[in-house]
Design a protein around this ligand. Sequence first.
Ligand SMILES: NC(=O)c1ccc[n+]([C@@H]2O[C@H](COP(=O)([O-])OP(=O)(O)OC[C@H]3O[C@@H](n4cnc5c(N)ncnc54)[C@H](OP(=O)(O)O)[C@@H]3O)[C@@H](O)[C@H]2O)c1
Length: 249
Amino acid sequence: MSETGAAALKTVLVTGATSGIGEATVRSLRAGGYKVYALGRNVGALDALAADTGALPVVADVCDTDAVLAGLAGADIDVLVNNAGVLPARVPFQELEPAAIDAMLDVNLKAPIQLTRALLPGMISRRRGHLIYIGSSAGQAAFPAMSVYGTGKAGLSMFCDNLRLDLLGTGLRVSEIAPGRVQTKLYRTALDAKGLFEFYDGYRPLTPEDVAAAIAHVIALPAHVDVARLELFPTDQASGGGLMVKDPG
Ligand SMILES: NC(=O)c1ccc[n+]([C@@H]2O[C@H](COP(=O)([O-])OP(=O)(O)OC[C@H]3O[C@@H](n4cnc5c(N)ncnc54)[C@H](OP(=O)(O)O)[C@@H]3O)[C@@H](O)[C@H]2O)c1
């Protein structure tokens, strides 16, 4: 890290820190010497992570911006890693429960936007900050049974592009990390045990540590380098193409 670059970015907030990519990111950044606020709802998991890594726990629902700010108690955040996300169901849109639609848009899209709005003024006045968003390959291309999840992630991707324009001249960086399949607990309610087995068994998905390493690298680059969008796929995965069914009659 150069002194004029990312070395100035010392304090990080990671949302959704209690499992998967968020937890791995907290561990990686703590090992790299950053001060890390780890945000989540699971107090036991946060306490264990704090004891293990020295991260500072923030117990809050990411949708409750006031609670997040209260948990930070005025700390100056240099890097915001918007990672918390949900995938309550993986079904065709016509079968999706209204509550699942709300959850995916609230947690995956609205919460990071609101948290960004809350933390940006401080970053702008300090002329120091890096906003990181965990998007998804499902926000870059259509996938079956991922309509609202994909819509939220695509919205987040467009938000990043717009934000980058609005922040030109501030010196702040905006990075979207869009992974393909990662082996985490994200699908725990979307797939049953058999579905989960079929989703991961015999494949070589990304690990949370793979994504955490990419995040750490993006942060550590010099301040004049902004990784605008990083698509991170398992080598064995690709997206694109079309689906067609026979005449349903
Ligand atoms: N796994 C993949 O294949 C994949 C691919 C592309 C992108 N992503 C994205 O990666 C990010 C991390 O997901 P993951 O795969 O690591 O899944 P995960 O293991 O399920 O982790 C998600 C984390 O978000 C937290 N979270 C959910 N809702 C929250 C809320 N309202 N307030 C605070 N924390 C909340 C969860 O905590 P609780 O235990 O309290 O719910 C958990 O710590 C998500 O944005 C996801 O969309 C994942």
